[in-house]
Design a protein around this ligand. Structure first.
Ligand code: GAP
Length: 548
């Protein structure tokens, strides 16, 4: 079944999953609010992650496929950190995109999001005409008719056979080297004049206290990871954890994305679920493979079809300067072309880069080595803390800097993938046997915002009373439940299918006479008769069977 983002976004708004932030004021681009059902869904995503990583983690036994038993602890660090954290980590200097502005329509574009189509002289290959278009945007994968016309006209005017090349704006500017005779690349939106590319740091700036100028400047964290690195020593000293062990954190991160887009896929405020796994250097590749495979499985276990999910190893030239290996878990989001996948989570082997940076200062790659970057006076460009962040292994009596494997997921991206995957349209017979279209969110029961809905079949006191009692009993048992007594029963079922409620319980004549209810399964539509005093236990057992 093909699904469109329009259908999914409309359902999210209609049923209270996700709203545009500050909607009544026209919205704030790149920021989103989660409505009542979205809040429950995202909370379930976070809980599933934290349970899998920390709460259910059994440090005594060896998890399948893992080289040795390991410990896991949680942490919650603040959004604003000492500015030197970002200098040592490299974010201050390196966490930027190149962008251009249109001088006419004031649109701002990431340089790597603008593609050029260039006509070149067939003999000399010198460019004679150039048009730009935006990549990575729905329905904007090519030139508009007006752009195509301009390109054809320019080619014809030149009067010689030409060849066509496509390349990024970045590569086009590099290849023409600012030559005055090269055709100018104009704004892809209005054909206005573009500024030269400029660096744009993605960290949001803020000011601490009343200090003016640079002294008071701080940043909203662009990732939660640094909270784990700067607390490495605190955790080791206070929790008595031994290598290998992981520190996990869920929290908000902020990036001043130039072009936030595709619903909540790329926003400016989002939530990350990150874990830093510290291990001995010689075991690090085994751990990297372990986390890479385990994180892929987590999404599959929570209902993402393997047809829509891939694990993609980064090519060598894609790797960050510190990474010796990275793999992305990617999902076939509906806003992408058939066969394309977008990032859900990255699993990176970060070596000893982070702990060393926070000891020694900002590191740069020199051949195979990472060395402290020096300024023109031979001094470290950005100093580290100078604190000892090594680990002492009291068994082997060795002291060393642990290596780190980092599975870094986005709670919003994961929620979006679960929403997209769940969205289904099918046809089911109604009470009279005629086929009716239904929209059903086939969430994994652990993720479903409402687990059970209780419906008295008709509005009669002998059914309303037991229905309300059962609803309260489910809530007391900690099972997220709803109650609805209005409208035809078929309509109530459809309303709960649309929000993904896995179990609908109906109180009917047999409840009054024999003390039984029906439990309807959202996906199979099968209805089981169960004694009313066994409902909570039955639902609990069914949910427990799904634990991931
Ligand atoms: N500590 C490593 C790190 O932050 P990343 O790949 O930049 O790595 C990790 O981010 C995850 O955070 C991504 O895989 C994605 O799920 C999520 N993420 C990153 N930028 C995002 C954005 N602008 N909007 C929503 N989610 C984002």
């Amino acid at each position: 079944m093909s699904k469109s983002m329009e259908q999914i976004v409309a359902l999210c708004k209609r049923r209270g999953f996700i709203f545009q932030n500050s909607d009544i004021y026209g919205g704030q681009q790149g920021f989103w609010d989660f409505g009542p059902l979205g809040t429950e869904l995202k909370r379930n995503v976070r809980n599933a992650w934290y349970n899998s990583m920390v709460t259910q983690h059994d440090e005594i036994s060896t998890p399948a496929g893992a080289p040795s038993p390991f410990q896991m602890v949680g942490i919650e660090t603040s959004i604003i950190m000492h500015p030197n954290v970002w200098k040592a980590s490299g974010h201050f200097d390196l966490f930027h995109d190149f962008m251009v502005d249109c001088k006419s329509c004031k649109s701002r574009f990431r340089v790597d999001h603008i593609q050029t189509r260039v006509l070149a002289d067939a003999a000399t290959q010198a460019p004679v005409a150039c048009e730009t278009y935006i990549v990575d945007v729905e329905n904007e994968s090519g030139l508009s008719k007006a752009q195509q016309k301009r390109l054809d006209k320019a080619g014809n005017e030149y009067g010689k056979p030409t060849i066509e090349q496509t390349m990024s704006l970045d590569n086009y500017l590099k290849s023409t080297g600012g030559s005055a005779s090269a055709p100018v690349a104009h704004c892809p939106a209005c054909h206005g004049q573009l500024t030269d590319p400029r660096e744009f740091n993605l960290m949001f700036k803020t000011t601490i206290g009343a200090l003016a100028g640079e002294e008071g400047t701080a940043f909203l964290r662009p990732e939660t990871a640094q909270g784990m690195f700067v607390n490495f020593k605190n955790v080791v000293d206070s929790s008595r954890v031994k290598l290998p062990f992981g520190i996990a954190q869920i929290g908000k991160s902020f990036r001043n994305e130039i072009t936030p887009r595709n619903f909540i896929f790329r926003s400016r405020e989002f939530e990350q679920m990150e874990m830093e796994f510290f291990c001995r250097p010689e075991e690090s590749f085994e751990w990297y493979k372990y986390w890479r495979d385990r994180r892929y499985k987590w999404y599959a276990d929570l209902g993402i079809s393997k047809d829509n999910l891939i694990l993609r190893d980064h090519a060598k030239d894609e790797l960050s300067h510190y990474s010796v290996g990275t793999a992305d878990v990617e999902y076939a989001y509906p806003f992408l072309e058939q066969g394309e996948y977008g990032e859900l989570e990255g699993i990176a082997h970060r070596g000893d880069f982070d702990l060393r940076s926070h000891m020694e200062g900002k590191l740069v790659r020199q051949g195979d080595e990472l060395v402290v970057e020096k300024d023109e006076n031979g001094q470290p460009r950005h100093r580290g803390s100078g604190k000892d962040l090594t680990y002492f292994d009291d068994q082997t009596r060795e002291r060393f800097v642990p290596h780190v494997i980092e599975p870094a997921a986005g709670a919003d991206r994961a929620t979006l993938a679960f929403i997209c995957e769940a969205y289904t349209e099918d046809e089911q017979p109604d009470d009279k046997g005629s086929m009716q279209k239904r929209t059903v969110m086939k969430f994994h029961p652990l993720l479903a915002p409402v687990k059970a809905a209780v419906f008295p079949l008709i509005k009669k006191e002998e059914m309303l009373g037991p229905a309300a009692d059962l609803y309260r009993e489910l809530k007391r048992a900690g099972i997220a439940s709803a109650y609805a007594h209005q409208g035809a029963i078929g309509r109530r079922y459809r309303q709960h299918d649309e929000i993904g409620t896995p179990f609908c319980i109906t109180i009917d004549g047999d409840t009054v006479d024999k003390g039984t209810v029906t439990i309807r399964d959202r996906d199979t539509l099968e209805q089981d008769r169960v004694p009313v005093d066994k409902v909570v236990e039955t639902i609990r057992t069914r949910l427990d069977n799904y634990v991931v």
